[in-house]
Design a protein around this ligand. Sequence first.
Ligand code: IMP
Ligand code: MG
Length: 179
Amino acid sequence: MAAGPYVIDELLSAKTIAARVEALAHEITDHFGDTDKLVVVGLLRGSFIFIADLVRELHLPVEVDFIETSSYGNSTESSREVRILKDLRGEIEGRDVLVVEDIVDTGHTLAHVLHLLEGRKPARLKCCALLDKPSRREVDVQADWVGFEIPDKFVVGYGIDYAQRNRNLPYIGAVRFTH
Ligand code: IMP
Ligand code: MG
């Protein structure tokens, strides 16, 4: 991404996001309605606001856990490697698990995390992503619930950063460089 001055063009207002999060939470509550406990796994750091809003709309017994990844892209996009920087604190074997991601972009991160967690034999493993950029996909992976499909733009806000800034914006906007 280019450096330099930029402006942020609003794509999704705080109100639009809130309404969609509530609708997603209803669908997820219906899907896991019979669970004894749902382990909601947030992918740090981008999902921290989304997971906070989502769990407060889930009418289910919930445990919250986090996993943190870092991806190293070298210039050949197909050899991307995802590393686990922080693993779950809890066991998920036999549990119902919902992975909460901010954006599915190339798909490498989500594919890696789902594969890792699948190996721990959860009862059910599902994923909810706030944003999806299908045009960027390199790996065949799909979230079970998607908040919004967005075009191939670099976005910030509602937990999502550009160079660790703008996570605190209440809306989601696209970064546009002015030089
Ligand atoms: P993937 O492995 O390419 O799907 O990458 C997903 C991760 O890249 C997301 O969890 C985000 O942290 C980051 N990412 C992808 N697109 C954007 C964006 O537009 N803005 C900020 N971070 C992004
Ligand atoms: Mg992320």
